[in-house]
Design a protein around this ligand. Structure first.
Ligand code: ADP
Length: 231
């Protein structure tokens, strides 16, 4: 078995932390940290849709904005959207959408902002885990929480949550997965790199097992804020 640079076991996720209600003025908010990657999410809505012609009489529309802060990466990232952030905004939206009862909110929009304060690989997954918590914190009707982590293929081994050092190794492959643990449904599966066909099952199995670990951290964060509120 090849050793990982930070000595983690193949199925070991970096230390995780989560907190909800971290932004006072947002309708819902959350922080999700995995290793050195920190994502913040804020939800605003449901509100009226502007411009009006974009509203859907049947359901809420979700507007998703993902970005990395300029100081989140080793070399200053130019502020503002770029191709990567536009794509990841869509990826994050598509990953959380199946969990939301959008038909409960016709003619409205729900704005979802995910910002990466510090990046060390796996930012789309941290953003999805934070986004789902922020949506729950905003009281949006949801069928489930979405939990996300990337599985990797590193030096011929299937490992979870590869960090930047592992990702930068030429043949490392990243397979971001998002999963609804109660519904047992995958809402995101991407593959960045090459993966032998026969390893796909192992990847999915480890991805689901790992998302369940993320889910425990998310659940505890929600419990921490809400379990004593009825007293
Ligand atoms: P993900 O963040 O989901 O792994 P990518 O594969 O696009 O998505 O990015 C891999 C990693 O590369 C990021 O997590 C981050 O650590 C790093 N990264 C992304 N954009 C930049 C950038 N502009 N400058 C430096 N590093 C970056």
């Amino acid at each position: 078995m090849t050793k990982r640079p930070d000595n983690r076991k193949p199925d070991e996720i970096r230390p995780m932390e989560a907190e909800v209600g971290v932004i006072e003025q947002a309708d819902g908010s959350a922080m999700f940290k995995v290793g050195d990657t920190i994502a913040m999410a804020g939800v605003y809505g449901p509100t009226n849709v502007l411009p009006r012609h974009m509203e859907d009489p049947e359901k809420a529309i979700i507007r998703s904005y993902y970005d990395l802060y300029p100081f989140s990466v080793p070399e200053r990232k130019r502020p503002g959207p770029n191709r990567r952030s536009v794509e990841l905004s869509m990826v994050i939206k598509n990953a959380v959408l199946p969990s939301i009862f959008v038909k409960e909110y016709p003619k409205t929009q729900i704005e979802l902002y995910t910002n990466i304060i510090q990046a060390n690989a796996g930012t789309r997954c941290a953003a999805i885990s934070a986004a789902s918590l922020a949506l729950a914190d905003a009281g949006i009707a949801m069928r489930d929480i979405v939990s996300s982590v990337a599985v990797g293929h590193y030096k011929d081994q299937v490992v979870v949550d590869i960090n930047k050092e592992e990702e930068d190794i030429a043949d490392a492959t990243d397979i971001p997965i998002a999963y609804m643990p109660r519904m047992k449904k995958i809402t995101l599966l991407q593959l960045d790199g090459k993966l032998p066909n026969k390893k796909m099952k192992e990847v999915i199995k480890l991805g689901i097992k790992s998302c369940e670990k993320v889910y425990d951290v998310q659940k505890n964060a929600l419990k921490k804020k809400y379990q004593n509120m009825g007293e």
